[in-house]
Design a protein around this ligand. Structure first.
Ligand SMILES: [Zn+2]
Length: 236
């Protein structure tokens, strides 16, 4: 395997998804230095309620929420762009596996029955050729053995870009864009919904609110990156 890889790397060099240095034979998508130095968000677990979890309080039956790393600067932007726009979704599998491996000593995956990737609108999926969230879900599943379920909800509307909207406008913009089509599948279950990046959380919240229509469902949230502010606020 590694001989074949060495041979192939000689003719078709592979580059780190984060720093663009050439990868060694044993490295997958990221060089070992980038994987080590990527600015992790520490999931503390137990009774510690993080900033990301608070975005969902009072809106959905949230159990736990975290992201793998803080979105800041050119290198983290490059990771997400490579995953989303430049046809390197396998990098999402690698990161999700590393995240799941690192949670081995925490309660993050405790009691979770299934993993649900945030759906893309059909039109967008066709254009891009893949949904990056499917790859994140697959990476988590490979490491934890928790199954991925992708047929419980659809994205009914391809919402316009959110970039120039403020927080309130974003919430309005994504209202009702998802539709729960298979509530029986998740009734009374604990589901983990996954996205690539949380900015204000409005898209994910809109999806989670739709998922929450299934009776007895409880919800946890994971994203690769968090673009909001990690302020350590006191509990209300
Ligand atoms: Zn690197």
């Amino acid at each position: 395997m590694s001989l074949l890889r060495a041979f192939s790397d000689f003719f078709f060099p592979r580059y780190c998804c984060m720093c663009e240095r050439r990868l060694a034979v044993a490295e997958e998508e990221f060089c070992s230095k980038c994987l080590r130095t990527l600015n992790r968000i520490e999931y503390e677990g137990g009774e510690v309620h993080g900033v990301i979890e608070r975005l969902f309080w009072g809106r959905i039956p949230i159990v736990r929420a975290t992201s793998m790393f803080q979105y800041e600067g050119e290198q983290t932007r490059r990771i997400l762009h490579n995953i989303k726009y430049f046809d390197r979704p396998e990098a999402a599998v690698v990161l999700a596996r590393v995240f799941a491996l690192e949670q081995a000593g925490t309660d993050f995956f405790d009691g979770i029955d299934m993993i649900i990737p945030l759906p893309l609108a059909k039109q967008k999926r066709r254009k891009r050729g893949y949904n990056q969230c499917d790859y994140i879900a697959r990476g988590l599943s490979l490491q934890t053995g928790i199954p991925v379920v992708d047929d419980v909800a659809i994205r009914a509307v391809n919402n316009p870009t959110q970039t120039h909207l403020d927080h309130e406008q974003r919430k309005e913009n994504v209202k009702g864009i998802f539709q729960l089509v298979n509530p029986g599948k998740i009734a009374d279950r604990h589901v983990l919904i996954v996205d690539d990046v949380i900015t204000t959380g409005s898209t994910l919240l809109s999806f989670a609110e739709e998922i929450a229509k299934a009776p007895g469902v409880s919800i946890s949230v994971f994203s690769l990156a968090f673009a909001g502010q990690m302020v350590k606020a006191a509990l209300p």
